[in-house]
Ligand binder design. Structure first.
Ligand code: B1M
Length: 210
């Protein structure tokens, strides 16, 4: 498959229209939406992430790549959501305070919706008051939190501790995720589970709801 490496290059170069076109072509060739998502888009973003880390790419370039990725995801969203699955439960999700990375969270939201969950997305830079306010008004089964920075992931503990102080910790299933986290961190902050990726988030949510 020649197109996939080409799409990785296009994503790297932040070429929105080309990425969208690549998604369309793969779908037309009969690729499953989830395969397009992981092999063309997520894998491409991993390459961007490496060169960002190594100082080869900078914020403006990565922002373009992120926007190209979002455009590609936009095409996949309705396809991932049209499984007609019965309603499974409700999740409130947000990226934690100080953190503006939202691609992973958006992906989790898309996959959860596709699996039949109702998702209320609080967006980025979510502080504890906003999380707790949404728990009260939305009454979800699950609280999801995302963090992509080692400096913002400790904020998840602040949210969970505050829930505990208010006596509502055990009213919700708390799932956490994001590239710098791991199983041990999830346990240490008192989350119910750490989810490595969006597919694991769906499986974990289903297992807890069942
Ligand atoms: Co940022 N950034 N970034 N960035 N960025 C990282 C995270 C970094 C690892 C890059 C690097 O150095 N290699 C690094 C963090 C280093 C660290 O903390 N140790 C970093 C940095 C340093 C920064 C800035 C500080 C850079 C600067 O300004 N000097 C800055 C911080 C801004 C802020 O948040 N305050 C910054 C800014 C940005 C952009 C704005 C340019 C852009 C974000 C655009 C956007 O999101 N709208 C950006 C991007 C794109 C990245 C990388 C390249 C890609 C992230 C991404 O979208 N991945 C990233 C490198 C990397 O992660 N390797 C990087 C694709 C996505 C599908 O994966 O988000 O991991 P991910 O989500 C996965 C799983 O983690 C999981 O499921 C998802 C799907 O499978 N998951 C969950 C995620 N959330 C979940 C929640 C759940 C469950 C599962 O809840 C139930």
């Amino acid at each position: 498959e020649e197109l996939v490496p080409q799409m990785h290059d296009d994503l790297y170069d932040g070429l929105r229209d080309e990425v969208v076109e690549g998604v369309e072509i793969l779908l037309a060739r009969g690729w499953e939406p989830y395969r397009v998502l992981t092999e063309a888009l997520v894998a491409g973003m991993t390459i961007v992430g490496k060169d960002f880390r190594d100082g080869i790419l900078f914020v403006p370039e990565v922002l373009l790549a992120a926007n190209a990725m979002k455009a590609g995801m936009g095409l996949l969203k309705p396809l991932l959501a049209e499984t007609g699955a019965p309603k499974m439960g409700k999740m409130v999700i947000g990226t934690v305070k100080g953190d503006i990375h939202d691609i992973g969270k958006n992906l989790v939201s898309m996959m959860m919706e596709g699996a039949g969950f109702e998702v209320v997305d609080l967006g980025i830079n979510t502080d504890v008051d906003r999380y707790l306010g949404a728990l009260e008004t939305e009454q979800p089964d699950i609280l999801g939190m995302s963090a992509l920075l080692t400096t913002t992931m400790p904020y998840m503990k602040i949210v969970i501790d505050t829930m505990a102080e208010r006596g509502i910790r055990d009213d919700y299933i708390v799932l956490v995720g994001g590239a710098p986290l791991n199983e041990e961190f999830g346990r240490a902050i008192g989350a119910d589970a750490y989810c490595r990726d969006a597919a694991v988030a769906v499986e974990t949510a289903k297992a807890f709801i069942a």
